[in-house]
Design a protein around this ligand. Structure first.
Ligand SMILES: O=C[C@H](O)[C@H](O)[C@H](O)COP(=O)(O)O
Length: 259
């Protein structure tokens, strides 16, 4: 585990008063984590490019280093249409898993990280492509600000997304809810806009967000149960997939490696 202070110390020991501590915004913390992760990128790598407000900083940085000639021969595999567009705008050469079934390194954000480095992802709706790309990686670095650290999956009280096919979505949502009745599960179709239209993923599917009042216990058992339901495409629990998590907080960067 490494740690580095973000808050500058007093410039000289003779100063009578210390400068006020620098309060970083959540977005600045995300950027710090992202830039740290990009230090692991080497020329010639096939890179999984994550999605979301944290991963966006990493993709920007990769584009910048390519432009400066400090990185060369990178092939990016984007995890969403949005990241694809961003990478194209930055001139990052792109391909896909059909051509590159093994990815050297992926860098992506997360919505929750538990003490065993299990994740919740997909609050931005990109969980399926992310899981495909990040499941094909030799190394998967997760970048978060400290607000994403939780005691257990679902512990933030926010959504655990499940991508489902649109056909009879209410039926699938009620079966999902029933699976986790003991955890006080609430299942909600993700919608957007004034008309509450269903949110549609890059793959043409819907998302049902599951909210838990308490821990769902064994994550592998929960995963198996969800994936056994016909109509479910994928869920947002990324169990035992992250190899490194970089956490940026007010007191510095912490790098947690999988044991
Ligand atoms: O679908 C979205 C992805 O899983 C994101 O990586 C995740 O939601 C974290 O996003 P952000 O960095 O914007 O908090």
């Amino acid at each position: 585990m490494e740690a580095g202070l973000l808050v500058p110390s007093s410039p000289s020991s003779s100063s009578l008063s210390s400068p006020p501590p620098v309060i970083l915004t959540q977005d600045e913390l995300k950027k710090i984590a992202a830039y740290k992760a990009v230090e692991y990128v080497e020329s010639g790598m096939v890179l999984g490019l994550g999605t979301g407000s944290t991963a966006k900083h990493a993709v920007d940085r990769i584009g910048e280093l390519l432009r400066q000639g400090k990185l060369k021969n990178i092939v990016g595999i984007p995890t969403s249409k949005k990241t694809h567009e961003q990478a194209v705008s930055l001139g990052i050469p792109l391909s896909d898993l059909d051509s590159y079934p093994v990815v050297d390194l992926a860098i992506d954000g997360a919505d929750e990280v538990d003490p065993c480095l299990n994740l919740v992802k997909g609050r931005g709706g990109s969980l399926l492509r992310e899981k495909m790309v990040e499941g094909a990686c030799k190394k998967f670095i997760v970048i978060v600000d400290e607000s994403k650290m939780v005691e257990y999956v679902g512990g933030s009280g926010l959504a655990m997304p499940v991508e489902i096919i649109p056909f009879c979505w209410k039926f699938t949502a009620s079966r999902l809810k029933k699976l986790f009745e003991d955890s006080g599960c609430v299942a909600k179709l993700r919608t957007f806009g004034e008309k509450d239209e269903p949110f549609v993923t890059d793959n043409g599917n819907y998302i049902v967000d599951l909210y838990f009042k308490k821990s769902i216990g064994d994550l592998k058992a929960a995963s198996d149960a969800i994936l056994q339901l016909a109509g479910v495409v994928e869920h947002g629990m990324f169990i035992d997939m992250a190899t490194t998590v970089i956490v940026a907080g007010e007191l510095g960067i912490t790098v947690k490696n999988k044991k």
